[in-house]
Design a protein around this ligand. Structure first.
Ligand code: GTP
Length: 244
């Protein structure tokens, strides 16, 4: 019997999802909320179901932020390494949530810790993606002074992703803070130059510059709205797109 279901065809075949550590925190003040991790895993598994290759990087701000630690008087480099270790904790939490939903995953760490994660090996990460595994990149770039946004941009380029999907708590990029200003206007599309010139705090400037120089589109969307990420991957009008 012929099916009359129209199969949705993804616009993006391989994506790098950038999640903040806070996304995993949910309503808690600290750490990982298993219900939130499961919710994110559900969204990722939907992409997986439609055949999109998914890699992810997670921040560590729900546990520790290198910059805050250094502002409080600690050495910046030590703070950044502590932050990188926090991203490994989050990567393992996300891996666990995905595995509970029967999504195969591999965690690759930029700082070698063989007992708990594979080391980052670019070609191996690509093979995992080709085999349908979600690859979670942990420990940032492995270097202090680089944010997980920059790690996301770097890994997206290395694995040949079609776009970076930056998950946020709001619907996209606004001309002012929508939490403070109810008449803030959302952009559908904007250029890297506009993001930099307007000082829009969507990703740090190193990450935006890296994407600009390599023509990597950034799609900023609300992770908390169910089905958003799938719609964005299908090319529907969701969130804000940064491109040339
Ligand atoms: P294929 O070669 O495609 O079969 O990939 P694979 O990842 O299944 O191969 P492999 O036999 O290398 O890995 C089996 C399991 O061991 C996977 O869950 C990997 O994530 C894990 N693994 C591989 N290398 C390391 C490592 O260096 N450290 C840790 N902790 N796990 C690893």
């Amino acid at each position: 019997m012929e099916s009359n279901r129209t199969e949705a065809k993804p616009k993006y075949q391989r994506v790098l999802l950038k999640l903040s550590g806070e996304a995993l925190m949910g309503g808690q003040g600290f750490g990982v909320d298993p219900a939130m991790a499961d919710r994110i895993a559900e969204e990722i598994s939907e992409l997986h179901t439609i055949g999109v290759q998914v890699a992810a990087t997670v921040g560590g701000g729900n546990i520790i932020r290198g910059i805050s630690v250094s502002e409080a008087g600690m050495d910046r480099v030590s703070g950044d390494y502590m932050g990188m270790l926090a991203t490994v904790i989050n990567a393992l939490a996300l891996q666990n949530a995905l595995e509970k939903r029967s999504v195969f995953t591999r965690v690759q760490s930029a700082i070698e810790m063989k007992e708990i994660a594979e080391p980052f090996i670019r070609r191996r990460a690509i093979r995992h993606l080709e085999k349908g595994r979600v690859v979670i990149f942990a420990a940032g770039t492995g270097n202090p002074y680089f944010s997980t946004d920059t790690a996301a941009a770097l890994r997206a380029m290395e694995i040949g992703a079609d776009a970076i999907f930056k998950a946020t708590k709001v619907d996209g990029i606004y001309d002012s803070d929508p939490m403070q200003n109810p008449s803030a206007r959302q952009f559908d599309t904007l250029t890297y130059q506009e993001v930099l010139a307007k000082g829009l705090k969507v990703m740090d400037t190193t990450a935006v510059t890296l994407c600009m120089e390599n023509g990597m589109p950034i799609i900023v969307f609300n992770l908390l709205r169910h089905g958003n990420i799938k719609d964005a991957v299908l090319g529907l009008n969701v969130g804000s797109v940064i491109q040339s």
